[in-house]
Design a binder for this molecule. Structure first.
Ligand code: 9WN
Length: 444
């Protein structure tokens, strides 16, 4: 009997139904109403879910996303595919990307999200049945150079210092209102994006869970500045106010470079690509090691403009674990910290899962988006990393509790209140369903 985390085979069926329901024909809405377009890192997780149902469909998800890859190699954070019947704010007019990149098949934003995609391709390949392998291999071979170009963009344009750490330009590059960005946002001069109407608050019905208007004023001001600099990474680096060396994003890139190396034979990668990927992998690990403090066990982001460390206890603290650190000292200190009272060992937690922000942080808010709630995809990345690091019992526990959390109600919520387990945010969130499918299969 599969260990279904309390949901039985029915949970698998319900998770599959969410992907089918959100399938817009070759691409999948991140959520039915709140996020009606194709999001970059959502698509990668979604492809992992599809891989359990249909490897070809899984690859189609990523091929569609990479069709909107920019000439720089950047994979945009949203591809606006849904059409006018599905409004989302801010829409393509705020980004005005066609003025800069006219050749794209669809409108996109001008920023990006963590590069989970190579992890997805590796999972697709692992799950491809023998008879489908020749066709899937050919498609992976075609996609692989685009993945390398994506990683090259991150390793060069987003790391002109060659530090091994990716510079992010916007809170929307992954974890919107994480307290990690508070000080950098507070420094933005005279934020005034002009009048705008948000749709997310009315859509969700509980504005207190979402970023505030103070946040949105700054998010939109940053979009205006990016547009002003025509998304030119060189100009952005010279003039733009929000540049963060993001250790979580960087850790995902390390794991993704390892995944591309694992796929090198399948994809027939050249020696030169293999060498380049291995170089980025080493540099990424060294970059994270330089941000790690052995005494506290914390790995800290760095604000390039303010030249200051961002020392907060959030899920990103565990960047060395997410990157599957090869350093046993780092691993042991971080594993201890993970189960300390500041994180999963906090006595008030409903499940022993990693919250987005430590309950011990003054900025912690238990119901507000990235300021406290538990996000299944983050815990999925962690269970993968723990398994790779040999902490298989802890990974299995995290998987079981994650499944139990999700199974408590059939809605596949976006995020969860850490003390009560309450389901929050959007319902029928595609990536929650996707990681459920993956966890269920690992439990069988
Ligand atoms: C802005 C789609 C996306 C996720 C992000 C999450 C949230 C969007 C929003 O939803 O961001 O991109 O409107 O809040 O923060 O990680 O990719 O699920």
């Amino acid at each position: 009997m599969p260990d279904s985390g309390g949901g039985g085979p029915a949970l698998r069926d319900r998770a599959a139904a969410v992907l089918h329901e959100n399938d817009a024909g070759g691409w999948t809405r991140a959520a039915p109403r709140l996020y009606p377009h194709q999001w970059s890192w959502d698509s990668a997780f979604i492809a992992i879910g599809w891989a359990h149902l249909d490897a070809g469909r899984a690859l189609t998800e990523l091929e569609g996303l990479f069709a909107a890859q920019w000439p720089t190699g950047m994979v945009p954070h949203i591809v606006f595919r849904a059409g006018p019947d599905h409004p989302y704010f801010p829409g393509p007019e705020w980004w005005d990307v066609s003025a800069v990149v006219p050749s794209l098949p669809a409108a996109t934003t001008g920023i990006c999200q963590p590069p989970v995609h190579a992890l997805a391709v590796r999972r697709i390949w692992q799950l491809t049945p023998a008879d489908a392998r020749p066709a899937i291999r050919a498609r992976i071979q075609a996609l692989y150079p685009r993945l390398v170009a994506w990683h090259r963009y991150l390793a060069t344009e987003r790391d002109p210092e060659a530090s091994g750490l990716v510079t992010t330009y916007h809170p929307w590059e992954g974890t919107d209102n994480s307290p990690r960005w508070d000080r950098a946002l507070a420094r933005i001069q005279a934020p005034d994006p002009g009048p705008y109407t948000r749709l997310d608050e009315s859509e969700l019905g509980d504005p207190s869970q979402r970023p505030t208007n103070w946040d949105y004023d700054r998010y939109l001001t940053l979009v205006e500045l990016l547009r002003k600099y025509r998304y030119d990474d060189g100009l952005i680096y010279q003039h733009y106010p929000f540049l963060i060396k993001d250790v979580f994003f960087s850790a995902v890139l390390v794991a993704a470079n390892a995944a591309l190396l694992d796929l090198a034979d399948v994809a027939g990668a050249s020696d030169s690509d293999r060498e380049t990927l291995a170089g980025w992998l080493d540099r990424g690990r060294a970059g994270l090691a330089a941000r790690f403090d052995a005494r506290s066990g914390l790995c800290a982001d760095y604000d390039v403009r303010a030249k200051e460390d961002i020392r907060l206890r959030t899920f990103a603290t565990f960047a060395p674990l997410f990157a599957r650190t090869a350093d046993a000292g780092q691993r042991d200190v971080q594993l201890q910290l993970l189960d300390s009272a500041d994180f999963c060992g906090h006595p008030g937690l409903h499940w022993r899962l990693l919250p987005s922000t430590s309950p011990a942080e003054p900025a912690f808010e238990s119901r507000t988006y990235w300021r406290g709630p538990v996000w299944p995809v983050i815990n999925w990345l962690l269970t993968e990393a723990l398994t790779a690091l040999g902490a298989t019992d802890r990974a299995a526990q995290m998987r079981r509790e994650s499944l139990a959390q999700i199974a408590g109600n059939g809605d596949f919520a976006e995020y969860y209140e850490p003390f009560t387990g309450e389901h929050l945010g959007s319902q029928h969130q595609s990536w929650t369903a996707a990681v459920t499918l993956d966890w269920l299969s690992a439990a069988s």
